[in-house]
Design a protein around this ligand. Structure first.
Ligand code: HEM
Length: 407
């Protein structure tokens, strides 16, 4: 077993500009040469093999939710000012204690099974149709802003009992929240804190109104659990914020990134037009290939040995899901986007105890969106004379900002 010696030379530059554009050549080199790599730039271990990442995700010595760790790197005064944000995040399922995590999982899992989520299909279909009616009337539009972002935001709004007229606020809050992942920029964190506080206050009102006049949404589940003494109101509100955020940004990325993949691979788009029954498989391939959540992090809470590498306690471990999803030992021709690929063991939704709660919902939204778009607008194409624009989401992530299309 080699000793943990976080001192290797900078052989792999994870922050190079070309890596942000396309990290996969670097991931392939890392996987082949140093699958468990100490990055001085990220100050943590970087894992790229599917087998190691799957094993790490089953290992309780690698704790989830070390996001609040970044607060520790701030000066004391800044940390103090960010206490409300930290307190709220530490109540999110997955960022709380194991007991709290299991409690919320058992509460919410029933609401998000493939079968329960299927009941929501008519609503997702109606929301998709409304957005596509408006899009069709325009002809040319930005798919990110006018379809990919509003669809999951409206779905989550409905699930949380938020009137659609207030959905624009959810979107703003959710955007601000995105910056708490992987940033130590104090001003950005303050802005995130403002949005988290506003959203919790807003949800407090929704919840109070709802308690007087129940309906059919997640708040019903929370209300019952509160009556049984299983959760308190602050935990409920914090987890509404989590659900909104987790269910929105990611699914918006699946839709917009999925569309660019179809445009970049016209023969694959043609296959889907000919045979829409391939759409569920195509959505799986978008999840595998599209780097939707490129990486997640863990914190070692005890000495760990993984694939012969010793790790000390309190070290950050970056699990590069995007690299695992192109591991040639699992996926043949991993760099090919192939909608006919038999769905394999991709880890786009994570794995193990923290497996994505909303996986079935995200899949359903992706399937309904692409099926409806290609049925109603089979000629959808990139708008003439335009190209998509991208923004960086450090470290190692990038987001599609605009995608002009013609229907
Ligand atoms: C394409 C869309 C999505 C992707 C790629 C995605 C990805 C992920 C990943 C990778 C994790 C694991 C995080 C970790 O282990 O640290 C996760 C967890 C989670 N996701 Fe998703 N997600 C998506 C959509 C959604 C939706 C729609 C919801 C809303 C219900 C949601 C709610 C959650 C929650 C609550 C967790 C934490 C689960 C736990 O701690 O037990 N996600 N997601």
């Amino acid at each position: 077993m080699s000793q943990a010696a976080p001192s290797q030379a900078l052989a792999f530059d994870l922050l190079a500009p070309q890596v942000a554009q396309n990290p996969h050549p670097l991931y392939h080199s890392l996987r082949a040469q140093q699958p468990i790599h100490w990055s001085p730039q990220l100050h943590g271990w970087v894992l790229t093999r599917h087998a190691d990442i799957s094993q790490a995700l089953k290992d309780p010595r690698l704790a989830a939710g070390p996001m609040t760790m970044q607060f520790e790197r701030l000066p004391e005064e800044a940390r103090k000012q960010l206490t409300p944000l930290r307190d709220s995040v530490s109540m999110w399922m997955g960022h709380t204690t194991t007991e709290g995590h299991l409690r919320f999982q058992s509460l919410l899992k029933r609401y998000f099974t493939p079968r329960t989520v299927e009941d929501f299909r008519p609503r997702i279909q109606a929301l998709t149709d409304t957005l596509l009616d408006a899009a069709g009337a325009k002809g040319t539009l930005d798919l990110v802003k006018e379809l990919a972002v509003p669809l999951p935001s409206r779905v989550m709004a409905e699930m949380l009992g938020v009137p659609l007229t207030d959905e624009h606020m959810l979107r703003r809050w959710s955007r601000d929240l995105a910056s708490i992942f992987g940033t130590v920029d104090f001003q950005q964190l303050l802005q995130s804190q403002k949005s988290v506080t506003e959203m919790m206050d807003y949800m407090r009102g929704v919840f109070a109104r709802y308690s007087r006049a129940p309906g059919d949404n997640i708040l019903e589940v929370f209300l019952r659990a509160q009556a049984e003494g299983l959760v308190n109101e602050e935990e409920i509100l914090a987890n509404c914020v989590l659900l909104l955020f987790a269910g929105h940004e990611t699914t918006a990325r699946l839709i917009s990134r999925g569309m660019t993949l179809l445009f970049d691979n016209p023969e694959q788009l043609a296959l889907l037009r000919q045979d829409p029954s391939l759409i569920p498989q195509a959505v799986e391939e978008m999840l595998r290939y599209g780097d939707i959540v490129p990486m997640i992090t863990r914190l070692t809470v005890a000495p760990v040995e993984l694939a012969g590498q010793a790790m000390q306690p309190s070290q950050t471990v970056y699990l590069i899901l995007a690299a695992a999803n192109r591991d040639p030992s699992i996926f043949t021709e991993p760099d090919q986007f192939d909608v006919t690929r038999k769905p394999g063991k991709h880890v786009a939704f994570g794995y193990g105890s923290f497996y994505c709660l909303g996986a079935a919902l995200a899949r359903l939204e992706g399937q309904v969106f692409f099926e409806t778009l290609l049925r109603r607008f089979p000629g959808v194409r990139p708008a003439q004379g335009t190209s998509p624009t991208w923004g960086l989401r450090p470290p190692l992530g990038r987001d599609l900002l605009t995608l002009p299309v013609e229907l």
